[in-house]
Design a protein. Sequence first.
Length: 177
Amino acid sequence: MIGVLVSGEGTNLQALVEAGLPITAVASNRRDAPALARASCATAAFELSEFPDRTARDRAMADWLEQQGVRLVVLAGYMHLLTPAFLERFPGAVVNVHPSLLPAFPGAHAVEEQLAAGVAESGASVHLVDEGVDSGPVLAQERVPVLDGDTPETLHERIKSVEHRLLPEVVRELCAR
Ligand code: GAR
């Protein structure tokens, strides 16, 4: 059973849903995340401001996911770092999708930073999550060209169209293990 963590639009969540993967729970650090409305399963928000600290928030989120029967956690545009308190509850079973060819350009502004650096090629990466920022072993990666005149929006859309295929493929493989 899959739990998905989201913070934003949720187009990757949508791709996972459309791939028919067994998603039982969707959680967010933002109560107003548009992604939550794309879920037809149980949803919950765990806003940092409602807990004493990040560890307490992550413990509560892990408890809730476990109650929903989650065994594999997919970060689909989840923009907070996860603490050890969360990761130790799902050892080796947390994956993330990121809009660059990791380990290049980790972080929350990867698309803007790649354009500013003038790279000719970007990409999408799916990787196992550890305590670092978009670090952890890469499971799958695909290249995406950067075109003349690209804006952060046009490049990100091109990357996302690859993410929407790559992420469900990797998650399906992990479920089959
Ligand atoms: C995706 O492009 C994902 O790779 C990125 O956020 C976007 C979420 O889009 N994640 C990161 O940058 C993680 N560091 P979505 O909400 O439409 O799926």
